[in-house]
Ligand binder design. Structure first.
Ligand code: ATP
Ligand code: MG
Length: 252
């Protein structure tokens, strides 16, 4: 059973189709990638999964249960957590405080006996930021701030983690750290859907990668298969020729 299954998702903005029959699955204990050029529909796909964007057609299943009819906050409570493409951590709070806020919100909705302080300490350790736990987020380099966002999502103890370009603004060393963290989380059982512009990171971190172009999945498979897939090469070559495209051209 897949942790998450998306099938036949259609989204239109006015007259324009943003997603056209998108199908993808994400398994537990794996990092699954979703790559594609600017405007392909990656963020829209995450928005449909989390419930902030209504789909015209299609289904979203979490552990085989349909969740597509539920509002975003109900889906979050069922264990769908995400980070955003734009930086979203609270700058005036410390690393630990940012994570603690998320752990406290979760305890309120889950009404369980979890100890938010302990959860926050565990997550700070998990993301490798113990030495920086008392540092304000607005004084951190971007890469560290991105890890805090992942930490906030983890503090809600999700079943699936959706990450929207977590490597944006990161240098090579920070990107390697992020890739290692995703690997550790998957080893511990987490299902991760990684939206990435950094093709190299997606190819090294993911077991399966989906390639989205103009709202359609045009290829899917193991990284090694995709490297030589002519469709993928065309998508990235076209994206590179577009001066607005940010896609990293590791495939061409
Ligand atoms: N709220 C909206 N209203 C109208 N059009 C939108 C809206 N959100 C997205 N779009 C359009 O839908 C398409 C898909 O956008 P989306 O943001 O999902 O792409 P993306 O793959 O995440 O791109 P990027 O790599 O730049 O983040 C684009 O053509 C975009 O302009
Ligand atoms: Mg996007």
């Amino acid at each position: 059973m897949a942790r998450l299954e998306v099938s036949g998702v259609e989204v239109r903005f006015g007259g324009a189709a943003a997603l056209r029959g998108v199908d993808l699955t994400v398994e537990a204990s794996t990092v699954t990638g979703l790559i594609g050029p600017t405007g392909a529909g990656k963020t829209t796909t995450l928005n449909v999964i989390t419930g902030v964007q209504k789909a015209k057609a299609g289904q979203v299943l979490l552990d085989d249960e349909p969740v597509g009819h539920l509002p975003a906050h109900r889906r979050a409570r069922l264990g769908i957590a995400r980070t955003f493409q734009r930086f979203e951590a609270f700058g005036s709070l410390t690393v630990r405080e940012n994570i603690l806020v998320a752990a406290e919100i979760r305890r309120r909705w889950a009404r369980d006996s979890s100890n938010p302080g302990r959860v926050a300490d565990d997550v700070v350790r998990q993301i490798g930021m113990r030495e920086l736990s008392r540092v304000r987020c607005d004084t951190l380099p971007t890469g560290m701030g991105r890890l805090v966002e992942v930490g906030r999502a983890l503090a809600t103890q999700p079943k699936i983690l959706l990450l929207d370009e977590p490597s944006s603004g990161l240098d090579g060393q920070e990107t390697d750290k992020l890739g290692a963290l995703l690997g550790r989380l998957a080893d511990d059982g987490m299902a991760i859907l990684l939206v990435e512009h950094d093709v190299e990171l997606a190819m090294s971190a993911c077991r399966t990668v989906y390639v989205l172009d103009l709202g359609q999945i045009v290829a899917a498979g193991a990284p090694a298969e995709l490297q030589s897939d002519p469709t993928v090469q065309v998508v990235y070559r076209t994206a590179r020729a577009d001066p607005d495209a940010k896609a990293a051209g590791a495939l061409v």
